[in-house]
Design a protein around this ligand. Structure first.
Ligand code: 5GP
Length: 251
C-alpha cells in the first residue's frame, strides 16, 4: 500500500496529502494538551468524537452559506478538507467571561458580556499565542483590512450558528476559537473557516447546572473528558446512542 505524505503534525491533529490536488486528509488524534502543551495526556476516543463533532458543525455552517474547509468525513478519525493557507491568527469569540479574559480584566467567570467580543491571538506556540490588536495584524501584514472585515463577519456568523445550535440542546456557548484559511479561486481569494470546531476549541456549559462539557474538564481535572464530549454529541444527535459510551476506535 502506498505510504501517504505527512504534511504537518500538530498537538491534536495530523495533516496528510489528500487524494486530489487541493485536498488534505485531517486525522484527529487522541492526544490532549493544555497550557501550551505543559499538560499532556492521551484520551481514548477523543479524536473520534472531535472528528464527528467538527463534521457536524462544519456541515451545518456550509449549509447556511458560511464557507468552511470541510469536504467529507472519510472514516472515524479522518476527514477530507480543502487545502488552504492558514492565517496565523486564533480568532476568539466570547459571549460570557471565562478563561483568559476573566484573568486579564478581573471579570468573574460566567458574567454575560454586553455583546460578543472578538479577540485575535498570534498563532505562535513558542510565544504562547499572544493577544494582538488589529494594529499588529495590519502592521505585520498577517491580514489585510478586507480580510479583517471578512474574518469578523465569519466569526460572528459562526457564533450565531453555534450559539443557537447549543442553546437548542441546553448548552451555553461561552466562547470559542476558530482559525481562518485563504483559498484561491482563479484570480480571486476568499476566506473560509478551517481547522476544527469541537469541544477542544469551545467552552460549553450546561445551562441548568453550569457543568463544563469542554476541554476545561481536562485543563482543570474535572472528570472524564470523553464523558463530557459524548454528552455534547448525544444531545446533538451526532452519535447513535449505543456508540456514545465507547466510540469504535479505528486507526
Ligand atoms: P482563553 O483565551 O480563555 O484561554 O480561550 C478562549 C477560547 O478559545 C476557549 O474556548 C479555548 O478553548 C479556545 N482556545 C484558545 N486558545 C486555544 C488553542 O490554542 N487551542 C484550542 N483548541 N482552543 C483554544
Amino acid at each position: 500500500m502506498a505510504r501517504r505524505k505527512k504534511i504537518y503534525e500538530g498537538k491534536a491533529k495530523i495533516l496528510y496529502e489528500g487524494p486530489e490536488p487541493g485536498t488534505i486528509v485531517q486525522y484527529f488524534k487522541d492526544d490532549a494538551t493544555a497550557f501550551n502543551a505543559e499538560k499532556k495526556d492521551v484520551i481514548d476516543g477523543k479524536g473520534v468524537l472531535n472528528n464527528r463533532l467538527s463534521e457536524f458543525f462544519m456541515t451545518g455552517l456550509n449549509q447556511i452559506g458560511v464557507p468552511t474547509h470541510f469536504i467529507r468525513r472519510l472514516n472515524m478519525r479522518e476527514q477530507l478538507v480543502r487545502n488552504c493557507e492558514i492565517i496565523p491568527l486564533e480568532v476568539i469569540v466570547r459571549n460570557y467571561a471565562a478563561g483568559t479574559i476573566s484573568k486579564r480584566l478581573g471579570i468573574a467567570e460566567g458574567t454575560q458580556l454586553p455583546r460578543p467580543i472578538v479577540e485575535y491571538c498570534y498563532k505562535d506556540d513558542a510565544l504562547g499565542d499572544p493577544l494582538v490588536t488589529e494594529e499588529h495584524i495590519a502592521a505585520f501584514g498577517w491580514a489585510s483590512q478586507q480580510d479583517m472585515d471578512d474574518i469578523l463577519s465569519l466569526a460572528l456568523r459562526v457564533n450565531d450558528f453555534m450559539s443557537g445550535m447549543m442553546l437548542a440542546v441546553g448548552i451555553r456557548l461561552v466562547d470559542f476559537k476558530i482559525e481562518i484559511g485563504r483559498v484561491y479561486d482563479g484570480d480571486f481569494q476568499r476566506l473560509i473557516v478551517a481547522d476544527e470546531i469541537s469541544p477542544d476549541s469551545c467552552r460549553l456549559w450546561d445551562i441548568e447546572t453550569g457543568q463544563k462539557l469542554d476541554k476545561d474538564v481536562f485543563r482543570r481535572d474535572l472528570g472524564s473528558l470523553t464523558d463530557a464530549y459524548s454528552e455534547v454529541a448525544r444531545r446533538l444527535g451526532v452519535l447513535p446512542q449505543s456508540n456514545v459510551a465507547k466510540p469504535t476506535l479505528i486507526n
